[in-house]
Design a protein around this ligand. Sequence first.
Ligand SMILES: Nc1ncnc2c1ncn2[C@@H]1O[C@H](COP(=O)(O)OP(=O)(O)O)[C@@H](O)[C@H]1O
Ligand SMILES: [Mg+2]
Length: 304
Amino acid sequence: MKKKILIISGGISKERLISLETGLQVAKELRKHFYDVKISEPDNNLEKTIKIFKPDVIFNALHGQFGEDGYIQTILERFKIPYTHSGVIPSAIAMDKEISKKLFIKYKINTPKFFTYSFDKNNSKLVKVINKKLKFPVVVKPLNEGSSVNVFICNRKNIFKILNSLKNYKKVIVEEFIGGREIQVAILGNKKLGAIELKPKRKFYDYQAKYNTNAKTQHIIKINLPKKKLDEVLEIAHKAHKIIRCRGVTRSDFKYFKGKFFLLEINTQPGMTKLSLVPEIAAHHGMSFLQLIEWIIKDASTKR
Ligand SMILES: Nc1ncnc2c1ncn2[C@@H]1O[C@H](COP(=O)(O)OP(=O)(O)O)[C@@H](O)[C@H]1O
Ligand SMILES: [Mg+2]
């Protein structure tokens, strides 16, 4: 008998639509191969659904807040049913760009210089501090979003207007802008699966560049990098995966500038549609979409 899989997707984050797509595509692939699959929202009915359906494995297809940040993982822990991807603490740490960047620094992983900007503090010296510590342009981004939601490249002229539009966040990250190339690495447990380069036609790899095919971001799976450099970035992603104690699949996002890699973040719930980056990297290394999903399911655990 094939396993019973409960896929949780949707949710309340700004990445709800992407998550629904991930959930649908994973379900479709599994059903094609005779798995008994059910899809559920992470809502008040979840507990009832789990009790009635009695899945062998819960596949977490959520992205962003409540799905990628330890909250849903805390709920899933109660059922003692293996669930996919990272556990409570790694999810919470990876989702918080301030905490994860501090860990990268502690473990000597290069990450763009940054500080946090709190909306409830006096920030009259902001421009001065940026000029001294980072220089314009800077990147302003929330601590805990994904998919480039509310990520902005700011100059001296527009920074206050942009910050003003982000007031609903308690604090945001103000980060040194790194030019150069965009490279992302997929890790599967202990395996350094591979990397992909993205060449957005837009100003940067923003939401449109990620999901709107009309934006025509180029995906380069055969990255033009010396083997030594490619090994280096795979090693950094693997190290980040390990120090945060992630489980299953992660995708680390890098900028590569003047021979140096800068780790922007590690994603514990990377997109998993057929057109997403991790499946594309997997396919290039001979792992089909089904094999990738089955690997993730097999890796699911109650022990973390
Ligand atoms: N410091 C930076 N310098 C240059 N580009 C950046 C920087 N930070 C973010 N970006 C751009 O914004 C995108 C999204 O940023 P990232 O930190 O990965 O957040 P998210 O969680 O939204 O994906 C990156 O893929 C990159 O194109
Ligand atoms: Mg990213």
